[in-house]
Design a protein around this ligand. Structure first.
Ligand SMILES: Cc1cc2nc3c(=O)[nH]c(=O)nc-3n(C[C@H](O)[C@H](O)[C@H](O)COP(=O)(O)OP(=O)(O)OC[C@H]3O[C@@H](n4cnc5c(N)ncnc54)[C@H](O)[C@@H]3O)c2cc1C
Length: 393
């Protein structure tokens, strides 16, 4: 049974009126694709902890990978609200599928487009846009997560090439990636971005097994043991932590939208169930305690929809600050996780099964609340902005 294919999107404040017809057309095509291609298979892939490789190709065929990348490099040339709505629909399907898309778009295509040479852009972006190539982003290390500035991965200039050594950990798409955007320090301790292709000698990408979260998405390590890289694999356009942080900013923006999709899916499935399931001779939706859960969920979804829309307009005007993005990512992911937990209870025992999406969303959102800056760190970013005093460095 696939309870949510009949999905009806909650829109209590008529937020749809704020979107253009292009936004709605994009959203409607992704919504149909998620209903057709993701929903029917996702529970199986999640249960088997398998990467649905074919979906990347399908996303490429739809032309949505790298939605804000200009068309001359294979992107769709859409605005940031359209990007957000794509993320919302994908995460309504599954956070793992949204993660594959986020990494490809914000963490791989974005840095190549923003900091790469013309040759790098022409070589990689069109293939990443069609899904012919998959990318990954290596920043986190085994001993440096929230503090990436202390990374140990190093490049040494050997004249005609660089020598790369180090280990990256918890990397989405690692073992399936054809190209990795890797952040490493040079001899002057400056963080630089490099492109590492699959199969170069000394490079391995072992998968991490045993995750109870994002099971339909591959996570693993990137291990570099004296990897020789041609000089032209350096991304010349950026130096320092601002390189990876600008990519994370783009990805966090998308997560703020995506989490709303997971919450909408849980709400929709719970509402449907509450109106059908009878106890004590009435639908359980007639009981005040169940109405409270649904009313609070709708209120929080509505607030998050408006927050995302406003952030999108600021991003389109190039005025969205990293601090505003932090606040939205933090708020919306916590909101979605709470709604997944509360709506699961509305379903009683049925809520723990794979017939309904809440448990899967809940487990997925435990990663989403940790990656791309933990929930704590995003709060401290807001604290820093309010007081002017950084409390986490
Ligand atoms: C499924 C998954 C996919 C991922 N994909 C990628 C990827 O593609 N690329 C990539 O580079 N990384 C990826 N990550 C890594 C992710 O970004 C890190 O897990 C995250 O940044 C946190 O780092 P950590 O796990 O080392 O936790 P730590 O940094 O060790 O933090 C542990 C706890 O301490 C808290 N803490 C740390 N410092 C402070 C402080 N100063 N003040 C208060 N509290 C603090 C944190 O909030 C957290 O609760 C992924 C992670 C997961 C789970």
């Amino acid at each position: 049974m696939q309870a949510t294919i009949q999905f009806i999107a909650p829109d209590h404040y008529l937020v749809d009126d704020l979107y253009t017809s292009e936004h709605k057309i994009v959203r409607s095509s992704i919504r149909d694709w998620v209903n057709r291609s993701v929903k029917p298979i996702i529970e199986d892939f999640n249960e088997k902890a398998e990467f649905p490789h074919h979906l990347v190709k399908e996303m490429g065929e739809m032309g949505i990978l790298g939605p804000f990348i200009p068309q001359e490099y294979g992107g769709a040339g859409l605005d940031h609200i359209a990007y957000g709505l794509i993320m919302q629909e994908l995460e309504r399907g599954d956070s793992g599928i949204r993660s594959i898309f986020s990494v490809q778009t914000s963490l791989v295509m974005f840095p190549i487009f923003s900091y790469g040479t013309e040759e790098q852009k022409r070589k990689y972006l069109p293939k990443l846009a069609t899904g012919e190539m998959i990318g990954c982003f290596g920043l986190t290390e085994p001993n440096h997560g929230s503090d990436p500035g202390s990374m140990l991965t190093r490049i040494v200039d050997k004249g005609d090439h660089y020598l790369l050594n180090g280990t990256k950990m918890w990397i989405t798409n690692s073992s399936v990636a054809d190209v990795s955007v890797v952040w490493a320090k040079d001899e002057k301790n400056i963080i630089r971005g490099l492109l590492v292709e699959k199969g170069v000698p000394g490079f391995t990408a072992p998968e991490i097994h045993g995750k109870w979260s994002l099971r339909a998405s591959v996570t693993g390590e990137l291990v570099f043991d004296d990897v020789k890289l041609p000089k032209e694999n350096l991304l010349p356009g950026v130096q320092g932590l601002k390189g990876p942080l600008s990519c994370l900013n783009s990805a966090r923006y998308g997560i703020a939208w995506g989490a709303v999709g997971a919450a909408m899916d849980c709400y929709d499935a719970a509402l449907r169930y509450a109106l059908e399931r009878q106890q004590f001779g009435k639908p359980i939706g007639a009981f005040q305690l169940q109405q409270k859960k649904l009313a609070e969920a709708l209120t929080e979804i509505t607030k998050a929809q408006l927050l995302s829309w406003r952030l999108g307009t600021l991003k389109n005007e190039n005025r969205a600050t990293p601090q505003q993005i932090s606040m939205a990512k933090r708020n919306n992911v916590e909101m979605a996780l709470n709604i997944a937990r509360e709506t699961r209870q509305i379903l009683g025992a049925m809520g723990i099964t794979r017939d309904f999406p809440m448990m899967r969303h809940m487990m997925n959102l435990e990663s989403v609340i940790t990656y791309e800056g933990t929930h704590d760190i995003h709060l401290l970013i807001t604290g820093h902005e309010i007081t002017g005093i950084p409390s986490f460095i």
